[in-house]
Write a protein that binds this ligand. Sequence first.
Ligand code: ATP
Ligand code: MG
Length: 390
Amino acid sequence: MKKLFLIKYGEIAIKGKNRYLFEDALLQNIKKSLRNIGDFKLIKEQGRILVEPLKENYDEEEVIGRLTKIFGIIGICPVIKVDSLDFQQIQEHVLHYMKEIYQDKKITFKVEARRADKSYPLTSPEIAREVGAYLLQHMPTLSVDVHHPQVRVWIEIRNSVYVYSQVIPGLGGMPIGTSGKAMLLLSGGIDSPVAGWMVAKRGVALEGIYFHSHPYTSDRAKEKVIELGRKLATYTGKFTLHIVPFTEIQLKIYEKCPHVQLTIIMRRIMMQIAEKIAKKQNALALITGESIGQVASQTIQSLGVTNAVCTLPVFRPLIGFDKQDIITIAEKIDTYETSILPYEDCCTIFVAKHPQTKPNLESIERSEKNLENIDAMIEEAIAKTEVIFI
Ligand code: ATP
Ligand code: MG
């Protein structure tokens, strides 16, 4: 009796002719994720993937923990594999399996049987009935409920027999790498890691970009962003972070532009730099953590003026979310605790007391004309960008 993990995937099962691309990506992502925690064989079969441990010395909880962070998986079932097709032996193994998990527990159950090999001497309903009766006879705390059982015991007869009764929910979504790559503007806040995670969940590989205004923002602020990159990498596999030195540009804006326009002009330049780096890295879109009305730079007028400098699509997956909804996701994906560490970000230093909430594009563009040399400054910031591979 061997223990394996059966991986169920949802949406990717319906991708028609390209289905194998999605399955192969998922298989590779699982392989990479488990690489340093044991020796596993992955078997692709009939709309699911089996993960078979080749050595005993693995940590089951760790394996399940990793699998629950892989996009594209909807369920993880710890299963036992019985090599004998002899019915008496199957029954005994199922009983042994059930005793290990449900011994002395008062639960209702139902056996669900499936046979791939139609020449097997018993039909599926017969297998279910026989095994059900056998379990009742040997485990007095069990009772049958065919309509709403607490536990469904699955028995699948193929070349071997697979038995499982637990489905640990996965994240769903699509395997990373099946939907291109996007560049996430990652600040140290709560919103942007959540925004990146949501887009990554749809199969999009991520790189991050962080605008660092040393010494106005400290090294600890930078460390915090790197830590957020690490947290995201537990879902995305890897994460490349571009750290752009932004101080000179910010000081220049501060010196040359009306202070009520500082934030919006700064954001427009951030977008331009992000876009240039994105294109160099073959990223097809930008991602931000903006949400309508959250701050002055996120009114729809401000978003419009910011967006006017972009040529790549800008994804704002949190656009209609309330802060509390965002926090709920941040907690679930484990970025919240890092995000609320109290290190200042560049935007809090160079903000006006009463920033414009309804900026006018022409007026902003006029102010930007005062930034002589800005193109060269942008190029210099890009040239001095530090790249960290996580
Ligand atoms: P967050 O919680 O993500 O910091 P926020 O509510 O503080 O968001 P803003 O500071 O207005 O909002 O920033 C809006 C978005 O712009 C962020 O979600 C992020 O995508 C991007 N951004 C802001 N500051 C930076 C920065 N220093 N580096 C990279 N991206 C940034
Ligand atoms: Mg912020």
